[in-house]
Design a protein around this ligand. Structure first.
Ligand SMILES: [Zn+2]
Length: 186
């Protein structure tokens, strides 16, 4: 029995490069990506913990500063959301604004990581209303791609998703952009 000569083409979820994995368990292309990913995961876990504590105490509204500690978003984004009334808030004074934790959670889910990264990278907010989204199943049918690949691409291209019940939604605009050049079934 010689050494494993496995070479599985994979896309590194951290940096997005294609590489040949030597074992089935290899996920990242290099030690650095592995390390970064692990750090990010820890950061997520810390955020989740803070969020859990907030929820456990029954807090429904948090200050913007607090929100920024938990969710990966920007102050500007939050102010925009408040202005457009997309999140519930309680404005005591211009400097003391409290935002609804639940609303933030739907907009900025803590997991998966790729989503958080996507939010950090893209300053604009995606329309995650089900009317403007495809389910993974729909994408798979429409563009003739296996659901497994769809998930892979979503991760690879940091496309935001939203889970409602047992369906995972992804914004139509992003998916059309991604598979637009492929032929779609009508
Ligand atoms: Zn990598």
């Amino acid at each position: 029995m010689g050494k494993s000569t496995l070479q599985i083409p994979r896309v590194c979820p951290q940096c997005g490069c294609t590489f040949l994995a030597k074992t089935v368990k290899t996920v990242y292309c290099c030690a650095e990506c592995n390390w970064t990913a692990r750090n990010e995961k820890r950061k997520q876990e810390r955020k989740q913990k803070v969020l859990d504590t907030i929820k456990a105490t029954g807090t429904e509204y948090v200050s913007i500063t607090q929100a920024l500690e938990i969710f990966t978003t920007s102050r500007n984004t939050l102010h925009r959301l408040i202005k457009s009334k997309r999140i519930h808030c309680s404005i005591i004074s211009p400097k003391r604004i409290f935002v609804c934790v639940k609303d933030l959670e739907t907009l900025f889910p803590l997991l998966p990581e790729s989503l958080v990264k996507a939010n950090a990278k893209q300053s604009h907010i995606f329309d995650m209303h089900p009317d403007h989204c495809y389910t993974i199943g729909e994408i798979s049918q429409r563009f003739q791609i296996t659901e497994c690949s769809v998930y892979k691409h979503i991760r690879q291209f940091s496309i935001p998703t939203r889970q409602v019940g047992r369906f995972v939604y992804a914004p139509k605009t992003e998916i059309d952009k991604l598979y637009g050049n492929k032929k779609s079934k009508k």
